[in-house]
Design a protein around this ligand. Structure first.
Ligand code: NAI
Ligand code: MG
Length: 488
């Protein structure tokens, strides 16, 4: 059953005037090579692919497709840079380079934010206030650790691993690059980074910035390409460490490929987070937290609060308020400062989400979407709410990675803990309640790496992030994030 709100019940007497962020100040080349040994180079195969703007399907630039020979050349450059320079450099000097990258990202924050929204479809409000500042914050934070590693791990003689291969997804392109590069460099490793094929542009702008920052050639190499390029990085024998963020499916392939080799591995995979609202929660604040947890950023967040558990006494009120709020969410131009929900990252991802909308209805859940119109070109999905769902439904079990929320109700805390933990994932969770004791009680029992209380999706470089079970292993951020790049 599909229920659409009638446009007549929605107060349309007011509207925001468009407030587009200017894109005049950005500079993009029409074609990008591979960043190897400090220079942009042509790919050996001569192959390029397009990266498009998912909000209008227009081509933004062509980027090179790296093959195994390019990967090998990058590994050689990274090894040379490691042996000759980076591992011998005084840690305080290494820290200065990392600090310089942080400063330069801040200086170019506007350009990075606009390119992030153009290439990936996320609202400019998010890229400006979350992605880019947090990316800079990660470089600042890890710059500080570079010469203090011995204090971080007293008596354990911390040493870099060597050359790291890092493969990242499309949902937070620059931020994921920062999460991977900052600790690796601060610890004295050299790297090959592969951005996702739909969002390579901010990583390539970062390559330009790294050139400008005068980092020794080969310390950072940035290779574009799709799954085959990623697989070539994973296979490369000259790499000492693989760090991956992306789907559980690819994470498992990588784990198999790395098994039995000397390579160290960290995986940050999917999630199906429970956002739990108790009867004594501040309801309006919780509704805003639910919206922030699943709808902002199109639900393209691995820790998105995609399962909502509401205690029975407040379920009616929470769902009603949520539907009202959903009607006011603005879906559209990612560059407009009023936009809450931008474009879905790719046609493939939109098809995945749409297939789950169908599955949910076939499973017997009730689907609600606001009725407002969507732009004609580009990839869009209205914020979606499923009620009448069951634990056994695929929409409550599987990661959808879109603005789709599945709601269940519960009576007791024991019941909600059992339901919330009944998933192959364990990345994050949220708890909304007025009582500190209930927060502590629940956080002890929920199997999730990160648990937010009376807030959602808050990040800080000093706090470790990572999951349990099929959400992966290893931690990024904080002191824990250093361990992934050190021999102890
Ligand atoms: P994906 O896991 O295929 O892509 C992530 C990265 O891995 C990309 O850079 C990709 O080029 C690379 N890659 C793909 N195949 C590879 C291989 N065999 N070896 C090495 N690298 C490889 O994710 P995709 O297809 O973009 O999204 C599929 C689903 O994954 C989404 O619907 C979502 O559920 C989940 N996902 C989770 C993310 C997270 O942050 N945990 C991020 C992106 C997607
Ligand atoms: Mg793109």
């Amino acid at each position: 059953m599909t229920e659409h709100s009638s446009p007549l019940t929605f107060d349309t007497s007011w509207q925001y005037a468009p407030a587009p962020e200017s894109a005049d100040h950005i500079s993009l080349k029409s074609r990008y090579g591979l960043f190897i040994d400090g220079k942009f180079r042509k790919p050996r195969s001569g192959k390029y692919f397009d990266t498009i703007n998912p909000a209008n399907e227009e081509k933004l630039a062509e980027v090179a497709e790296a093959d195994a020979a390019d990967v090998e050349a990058a590994v050689k450059a990274a090894r040379r840079a490691y042996d000759k320079y980076w591992s011998k450099l005084k840690p305080a000097e290494r820290g200065k380079y990392v600090y310089r990258i942080a400063r330069m990202i801040q200086e170019k924050a506007r350009e990075f934010a606009v390119i992030e929204s153009l290439d990936g479809g996320k609202p400019i409000r998010e890229s400006k206030s979350v992605d880019i500042p947090l990316a800079a914050a990660h470089f600042f934070y890890y710059a500080g650790w570079a010469d203090k590693l011995a204090y971080a791990f007293p008596g354990r003689d911390p040493r870099p691993l060597g050359v790291a291969g890092q493969i990242i997804p499309w949902n937070f392109p620059l931020l994921m690059a920062a999460w991977k590069l900052a600790p690796a460099l601060a610890c004295g490793n050299t790297v090959l980074l592969k951005p996702a094929e739909t969002t390579p542009l901010t990583a390539l702008k970062l390559a330009e910035l790294i050139q400008e920052a005068d980092l020794p050639p080969g310390v950072v190499n940035i290779l574009t390409g799709a799954g085959e390029t990623g697989a070539a990085i994973v296979r490369q024998p000259g790499i000492d460490k693989i760090a991956f963020t992306g789907s559980t499916e690819v994470g498992k392939i990588i784990q198999k490929a790395v098994a039995g080799t000397h390579k160290k591995l960290t995986l940050e995979l999917g999630g199906k987070a429970a956002n739990i609202v108790l009867e004594d929660a501040p309801i309006d604040q919780a509704v805003e937290g639910i919206v922030n947890g699943i709808y902002f950023n199109q639900g393209h967040v691995c820790c998105a609060g995609s399962r909502l558990f509401v205690q029975e006494g407040v379920a009616g009120e929470v769902i009603q308020k949520l539907k009202t709020r959903m009607q006011t969410l603005i879906v559209g131009d990612p560059l407009d400062k009023n936009t809450d929900i931008g474009a879905i990252n790719s046609r493939t991802q939109l098809e995945t989400i749409e297939s789950y909308l169908k599955i949910g209805q076939e499973e017997g859940a009730s689907m609600y979407q606001p009725a407002y119109p969507l732009p004609e070109k580009g990839y869009w999905c209205r914020p979606t709410l499923f009620t009448d769902t069951a634990q056994s439904h695929r929409i409550t079990q599987e990661e959808i990675f879109g603005p789709v929320l599945a709601v269940q109700t519960f009576r007791t805390l024991e019941e909600v803990v059992a339901k919330a933990n009944n998933t192959p994932y364990g990345l994050s969770a949220g708890v909304w309640t007025d009582k500190g004791a209930k927060i502590f009680g629940l956080t002890q029992q929920l199997r999730a790496g990160v648990i937010w209380a009376n807030t959602y999706n808050k990040f800080d470089p000093t706090a470790p992030f990572g999951g349990y079970k099929e959400s992966g292993f290893g931690r990024e951020g904080g002191l824990h994030g250093l361990e992934a790049y050190l021999q102890l």
